[in-house]
Design a protein around this ligand. Structure first.
Ligand SMILES: Cc1cc2nc3c(=O)[nH]c(=O)nc-3n(C[C@H](O)[C@H](O)[C@H](O)COP(=O)(O)OP(=O)(O)OC[C@H]3O[C@@H](n4cnc5c(N)ncnc54)[C@H](O)[C@@H]3O)c2cc1C
Length: 381
């Protein structure tokens, strides 16, 4: 076993860490207040190659694989989950579906522009009547000559209002259940595609989600990702990588909450001594360290499995449950260590507490991940 992080990934890590410290960290309050990442900052992120990290070099990507991508997501999550959510919707969800299952033509057409950030991607699976039960989506795609005609609506699409292209899942054969779902790339300017309401959320300010509507939306047949009827499989395989990368963002967020808790507990004096001198506080710090450590290494292990060509659906579900719940525990302890200060909007911990709540819900809830894990455990030999 070799636990060392490769040199090229270490270099990527220090580059992203420096950018996060110098450029993104000072903007946290502004992004929170405006509910938007300034366009010039998004451009700097693109120029640095942050939109390209996991894509193959032959398509203009960084070629860093899942591990490099996870290390970068950890750094981005550490400053503000809004950034890792924007990159996640683009790379691990929208782009990954094309990279995993798209034809050479689709990859050539979309991935280089996605890698430079010229085209921003979004992943549109969830619908008003199909969240956890994603196989029962109702958006339809009717074949018409060399086109498919899409009708229906999608909900809470991350990057939805700003995206240039959408990875969309629609039913091509209702009788076939999950085997009747097909994945498409749909350009934003396709007639019949409209952007609906932009959501007001509890947290993740700066990362926009919205509804997307399809009304007789005509998509060329060559925009099918993979084969007709294989879309649900594409979605699930894509989500494997997405869940691991989301775990990495959770690790970054949790590490920041722990670091801030250590600093605060050293400087806050009550009863004539720093609160860090109380065992009750020390145990919260120690428990959070155990949580972050375990989350980081299970994430790296799952990423390594993907990079070595192995299937990691089981590990992805384990990482998703553990890291999302771990983050919620760590941030909750961080609020406790900070006392009333942790409840105040002037302090980052308050934002992090709200941001953390979503990770137990999206990209498959904790309950659905436990169902996947239990199915694996109980499957007949
Ligand atoms: C901020 C945000 C961003 C998002 N971004 C995207 C995106 O980019 N693309 C996209 O496609 N979707 C996105 N989503 C949607 C997200 O993936 C769904 O919210 C999620 O899959 C859960 O679906 P639901 O909200 O409909 O909950 P439901 O499926 O209605 O579930 C409600 C509750 O019931 C539980 N439950 C459901 N079925 C079972 C069962 N069989 N056994 C036990 N418990 C069960 C769930 O675990 C949950 O606790 C986003 C959501 C949010 C809030």
């Amino acid at each position: 076993m070799d636990f060392s992080v490769p040199d090229d990934v270490k270099l990527l890590q220090s580059t992203v860490r420096e950018f996060v410290r110098d450029r993104l960290a000072p903007l946290t309050m502004q992004v929170e207040h405006d509910d938007a990442v300034p366009s010039e900052v998004l451009q700097e992120m693109k120029d640095l190659g942050l939109f390209a990290i996991p894509f193959a070099e032959e398509y203009g990507g960084g070629g860093f694989g899942e591990l490099g991508y996870c290390v970068a997501m950890e750094e981005l999550g550490a400053v503000n989950a809004a950034y890792s959510n924007i990159i996640g919707g683009h790379c691990s969800l929208s782009g990954a579906a094309i990279a995993l299952a798209g034809s050479d033509h689709l990859k050539q057409r979309y991935l280089p522009a996605m890698a430079t950030g010229e085209k921003l991607g979004a992943f549109a699976l969830t619908e008003p009547n199909a969240g956890s039960d994603a196989a029962h989506i109702q958006t339809t795609a009717r074949r018409d000559g060399d086109h498919y005609v899409l009708n229906g609506s999608k909900l809470w699409v991350s990057n939805g209002p700003m995206a240039d292209l959408y990875t969309v899942f629609a039913v091509t054969d209702k009788e076939q259940g999950s085997k009747g779902v097909t994945a498409f790339v749909v350009d934003r300017d396709t007639p019949g595609l409209t952007i609906g309401k932009v959501d007001e959320k509890m947290g993740l300010r700066g990362s926009k989600t919205s509804e997307i509507f399809f009304d007789e939306c005509c998509v060329p047949a060559e925009n099918v990702i993979g084969e007709e009827g294989r879309g649900f499989r594409v979605a699930m395989q894509t989500l494997d990588g997405g869940r691991i990368a989301l775990g990495a963002s959770c690790v970054g967020q949790a590490q920041t909450a722990l670091t801030m808790s250590i600093q605060w507990s050293r400087q806050r004096v009550q009863f004539g001594r720093p609160i860090a001198s109380n065992q009750a506080i020390q145990w919260m710090l120690a428990d959070s360290e155990v949580d972050v450590h375990a989350g980081r290494w299970m994430t790296y292990h799952a990423a390594w499995k993907i990079d070595s060509g192995q299937r990691a659906s089981h590990e992805a579900a384990v990482v998703k449950v553990y890291c999302s719940e771990m983050l919620n525990r760590v941030v909750d302890r961080a609020v406790q260590v900070h006392g009333g200060m942790g409840y105040m909007k002037e302090f980052d911990i308050e934002r992090m507490y709200r941001d953390a709540r979503i990770v137990r819900i999206y990209e498959g809830t904790s309950e659905i991940q436990r169902m996947i894990i239990a199915d694996d455990l109980l499957r007949d030999e």
